[in-house]
Design a protein around this ligand. Structure first.
Ligand SMILES: [Zn+2]
Length: 53
């Protein structure tokens, strides 16, 4: 069990290098990015909004 959260559990694709970016949505919590893995698995990633000025 080494760094399984950085690679897809199904195909081993590096998660920080998305195979395909489906869409991006700006929300009050930050930027939500939907990506699809090389194996077809859908993944959601939230980038927290840092600009609170
Ligand atoms: Zn995968």
């Amino acid at each position: 069990m080494t760094g399984s959260d950085h690679h897809c559990a199904r195909c081993g694709w590096p998660i920080d290098q998305p195979f395909q970016v489906l869409s991006r949505h700006r929300t009050s919590e930050g930027l939500v990015t939907y990506t699809r893995c090389a194996c077809g698995l859908l993944r959601m990633h939230l980038t927290p909004a840092t600009s609170t000025i």
